[in-house]
Design a binder for this molecule. Sequence first.
Ligand code: AMP
Ligand code: MG
Length: 409
Amino acid sequence: MKPLKPLDEALAELLGQAAPLAGADTVTTFDADGRVLAQDCTSVLHVPPQDNSSMDGYAVRCADVVAVGVELPVSQRIAAGSAGEPLQPGTAARIFTGAPVPEGADAILMQEDCEALADGRVRINAVPRPGQWIRRAGEDITRGAVVLQRGMRLTPAELGLAASIGLAQLQVARRPRVALFSTGDELVMPGDVPPEQMRPGAIYNSNRFFLRAMLLRLGCEVTDFGIVPDRRDATIDALRAASSAHDLILTSGGVSVGEEDHIKPAVESLGSLDLWQIAMKPGKPFAYGQIPRDNGRAHFMGLPGNPVSSFLTFALLVRPFVLRLQGVQSVAPQSIAARADFTWPKADKRREFLRVRHNATGGLDLFDNQSSGVLTSAAWGDGVVDNPAGQTIAPGDTVRFIAFSELLS
Ligand code: AMP
Ligand code: MG
């Protein structure tokens, strides 16, 4: 038997093939959530553009307020959106949150520390510290700063940041076009056959649903080719049809080496394929190949059929690959130290990804059935423990935890 391939090695080989796709889209900043920037965004202004008040109150010169109880005439009123006049010495300006601090003023007094007098003056009941309640120009972003970098995945905060430097449109990587199909004669689509009429041996196609959803979350355009029967000719036809217009063909099932597993010979008849036995559990079999076409080639990835194997090989291998196709540099999920509140008495020779969930005391509980067919574990859990090969776990041990948020988005 071939030696098992370490997961990191498999990932490095895949990423070595994931040349970023040519072409970018211009989208409105509104529509850019989840997309990957194809340009650096440099600010041509300070944010905020000028010193402004962070309180409703009064702008003063500190030199005019050296003791509690000073009374000053109110020489102007500055609301957000308007620019005041230079502050006359010996006067205060009524000012509101976000309004520019007038020239000459060097502190803001919050209105709670002031009393508006009947004669129009203001009595100041606190001695200001120079600079207090002033938000400085450029405190968030300075002019000339690269605020967002090419290769960055945009989230809501970045959209706001792009808008704050005046960008209404962004250049983003084009969406990878992914063809998805499921193999297996046992598979039936929910909705096609009601549960009580399922023939013996049939199961519903669950992988199709989570694979499609994960691809969409990663910014891919998905063409779903549905279920391909376990026949060599049908598999070849489906692959050929998919390869012409897609960057990646993703299949689930049929990558073992059983007689009913047609993926390997089918891809090989059209291009090339490596079938790997990866040292991870769940999820051992995984295939990577290429199918040539007029303008280059389509990547091929074959995932195992067992639902949890499919789920995790996607999360750990396909996800980084499709992110890299979009130009994302840091594609590794972040793991954090966590406390195991469970026992894992039997070490495995493969690196394991145990489905776990945080409990109320901050430790991790283990789902009681870690079988690769039990998809409930993935829905129950909030992440996985990345357990090295040969490692047992006792309660209280520190383990590496990877949150599903790191793997599924
Ligand atoms: P395979 O990798 O084709 O040998 O399939 C391994 C196991 O996963 C078998 O029990 C299959 O019935 C099951 N399986 C394969 N594809 C799917 C799917 N799309 N949805 C749910 N289970 C599947
Ligand atoms: Mg099968």
